[in-house]
Design a protein around this ligand. Structure first.
Ligand code: HEM
Length: 411
């Protein structure tokens, strides 16, 4: 097995040689999307294998609906081992439903839906308030904190660990898997593969233990649900069980951490929006949608299954398409003054959670987490500001969000 290392040469032309790992793009991709949208509007690069970058809302929408030509069999935005045909088989499992196409996708998703509907989310809401408050207790007397490191990153992992039924004491391990799989793997396949293997071993043990319990002794959590789930009367295959645990753990961690972190970064950097949200708490649900639109964290990929053409672009079998939902969310044809953040934007049909059959299964959960995290922060922490604007760092690639947000407030 060989790995394709990112090529660190500077971008010569964003329409034909874009680089989503370029530091300027990671820090502020908006201007690059504008350039591409006004030019091609679907950019191409050969940096990490032949890859396309659509930037218009309508193109992304159309691509997401065509699951025959544009498959989810490889959703990694940069597959470090593009010379290996099938990433899923390399890792020994897939992560249904996100890495599957119909017909498997249809039942794999339908099975999980009730576990992420209104009732389970309502049950998790007070727990999330408690988790947020406990974190704030840890730094409120200091007058300074890192809104990403001390706060945002901990909430989603603790929420999903609670839902899965795995110990919160293992939080650091779960976070490390998410970071190594979704970020480290771009540079070094061994980093991601090791993390996947650790995760597989961990959940193999957890699922085996749970299965060995008497049915009436099993707690009501996602691990039990996965053990007891049936498809056409049969228990799920081992690979399906592990892949689903993998997805549910990894999909909800640095996505939601990024959304909470960017929201707090925005409020620290824009005192007028912070003051308004404090004064008008009823704006919160509308503001959450604008945080999600403006700072959409997630870009997934599609795998082109046949030589084809899409809006004038000659695509070859095996090409990747970056589903840059965040770029679509800045399309001026869809959003008025798209590059402007408006706390009270009401016409906001964003697709931070994707579009089509793979639309985020955890969107209700994520919305609740983001809202609770901001509400508790504003309730407990007095007016805050960036302590070191140059010290803010962002992650890029599959999931974009701030990783360090040093802030301070008057005690
Ligand atoms: C703000 C936080 C989040 C964002 C922005 C986000 C975004 C997305 C996006 C864009 C997709 C579509 C993927 C594609 O088209 O290939 C997706 C799918 C998915 N998300 Fe999320 N997500 C978030 C939080 C969560 C959480 C908390 C969970 C809970 C476990 C979750 C579980 C999933 C699952 C299972 C899928 C696959 C759905 C399918 O393939 O049918 N996500 N998410």
């Amino acid at each position: 097995m060989t790995s394709t290392q990112p090529i660190p040469h500077p971008v010569s032309d964003w329409e034909s040689d874009f680089d989503i790992l370029s530091p300027d793009y990671v820090t502020d991709p908006g201007p690059f999307w504008d350039t591409i949208r006004q030019g091609c509007p679907i950019a191409h690069t050969d940096r990490y294998g032949s890859t396309w970058l659509p930037t218009r809302y309508q193109d992304l929408h159309a691509l997401a609906q065509d699951t025959t030509r544009f498959s989810s069999r490889d959703v990694a935005v940069i597959t470090p081992f593009r010379d290996v045909d099938d990433k899923a088989s390399l890792l020994g499992f897939s992560a249904p439903p996100i890495t599957s196409d119909p017909p498997i996708h249809t039942w794999a998703r339908r099975m999980l839906l009730p576990r992420f509907g209104p009732t389970p989310i309502a049950e998790m809401t007070p727990i999330t308030h408690g988790l947020a408050n406990k974190l704030i207790d840890g730094f409120i007397d200091r007058g300074t904190a890192d809104a990403a490191v001390d706060y945002a990153q901990h909430i989603p992992v603790r929420v999903i660990a609670t839902m899965l039924g795995v110990p919160l004491a293992d939080e650091a391990v779960f976070t490390s898997w998410a970071v190594r799989i979704l970020q480290g793997g771009f540079q070094n396949i061994a980093v991601a593969t090791d993390a996947v293997m650790e995760l597989v071993q961990y959940f193999t043990v957890k699922l085996t233990e749970r299965e060995a319990m008497a049915a009436d002794q099993r707690p009501d959590d996602l691990l039990t649900f996965i053990i007891e789930a049936r498809h056409e009367g049969e228990p799920l295959a081992y690979e399906h069980r592990i892949g689903t645990c993998f997805l549910l753990l990894v999909a909800g961690i640095d996505t939601t951490w990024s959304a909470i972190g960017s929201s707090l970064w925005h409020l620290a950097a824009h005192p007028e929006d912070q003051a308004r949200l404090r004064a008008e708490p009823d704006l919160m649900p509308t503001a959450v949608e604008e945080f999600l639109r403006f700072y959409s964290p997630v870009t997934m990929a599609r795998y082109v299954t046949e030589d084809t053409e899409f809006n004038g672009c000659p695509m070859r079998e095996g090409d990747k398409i970056l589903m840059a939902f965040p770029a679509g969310n800045r399309d001026p044809e869809m959003f008025e003054n798209a590059d402007e953040f408006r706390l009270d934007r009401t016409r906001n049909r964003h697709f931070a959670f994707g579009s089509g059959i793979h639309r985020c299964l955890g969107s209700n959960l994520a919305r609740m987490e983001v809202q609770v995290a901001i509400e508790e922060f504003l309730r407990r922490v007095p007016t805050f500001e960036l302590a070191d604007p140059d010290g803010v760092t962002w992650s890029g690639g599959q999931v974009r969000g701030p990783r360090t947000v040093p802030i301070r407030w008057a005690r």
